[in-house]
Design a protein around this ligand. Structure first.
Ligand code: FE
Ligand code: FE
Ligand code: ZN
Length: 291
């Protein structure tokens, strides 16, 4: 049997002094062949100028290691909320931030940007969908990059949008530029929402029938601290949560998901990132009690 190419990596930091070069080095230190990063702080939209981020140095290192840039993912700041129009000002700022983030993502040569669909904050699901669609249309009408937006499946806490495949499908069916929109499936989130995560074939079938598997752009591989249906969203290290290593490993090695980047967003243990151990476990398909 051919050795499968597994596109596996994790969330990595991007910080002074090496910025993107440092992000790539961090990913390599985990044995990863892809990565996900924020182009600035995840919780705000303050962004350092691109010239300072050692992008060329980072990209040169990627090339040296034969890493396929099309598998790398940027995560948009999670403060961006395009799912309600309660405050016109805030909605406008969110759209602006989204437009800027697409340009920044493209500057790294990255083709996929994960975006939380946002919260309708009590205005209702229909209003949420309408707001998201209008914002995506407004931004993509003017955008000249070729970055795809991957709407993330969410756990459904509060007025969080995008927790069902049906909602995501509705958004994609309504936008003007559906070719620019896809989905990022987060295993912790769909389990916390209530999907039966251990039955992967049923999940992928449901996904295919509602959204279409061709729309799946990347996966977040996380265990969960909470029971299925808890609507909580607390990530856990692989094999230490309610999903378990076996089910997560099945996602990672599923033939239908072969070409997609899989990114870990599991929690640090104290100061220690878990990614080297977790990536190694997934490569070997074997759980090791390392914690
Ligand atoms: Fe996310
Ligand atoms: Fe996620
Ligand atoms: Zn999460």
């Amino acid at each position: 049997m051919d050795k499968e190419t597994l596109y596996i990596g994790s969330h990595v930091s991007m910080s002074a002094p090496d910025y993107y070069l440092g992000s790539i080095k961090e990913a390599l230190s985990y044995g990863a062949n892809t990565l996900m990063f924020y182009t600035g702080a995840p919780q705000n939209t303050f962004r350092l100028p691109l010239e300072r981020l050692k992008i060329n140095e980072g990209r040169a290192l990627l090339k040296e290691h034969g890493i396929d840039e099309s598998k790398i993912v940027v995560h948009a700041p999670y403060i961006i909320n395009i799912a309600n129009q309660l405050n016109e000002n805030v909605y406008d700022l969110a759209k602006k931030a989204l437009a800027i983030e697409l340009v920044r993502t493209a500057a790294f040569g990255v083709k996929i940007m994960v975006l939380h669909p946002g919260s309708h904050v009590g205005t209702g699901v229909e209003n949420g969908i309408d707001s998201i669609v209008k914002a995506l249309d407004g931004v993509l009408d003017k955008d000249t990059t070729d970055v795809k937006i991957a709407l993330e499946t969410m756990a459904g806490k509060g007025g969080e949008m995008g927790s069902t495949f049906e909602q995501l499908a509705e958004i994609i069916s309504k936008v003007k530029h559906p070719e620019r929109i896809g989905v990022c499936l987060d295993t912790c989130h769909i389990s916390d929402y209530g999907y039966d995560i251990k039955d992967i074939d049923t999940i992928l079938k449901q996904f295919d029938q509602t959204i279409g598997l061709n729309k799946l752009l990347c996966l977040h591989i996380n265990d969960s601290k909470n029971e299925p249906g808890s609507h909580k969203d607390r990530h856990e290290n692989l094999g230490y949560g309610t999903i378990g290593f076996e089910a997560l490993n099945k996602f990672v090695h599923h033939p239908l998901l072969k070409d997609l980047p899989k990114l870990l967003e599991t929690p640090y243990v104290g100061e220690k990132p878990p990614y080297k151990e977790e990536i190694e476990m997934l490569k070997k398909s074997q759980f090791v009690n390392w914690r």
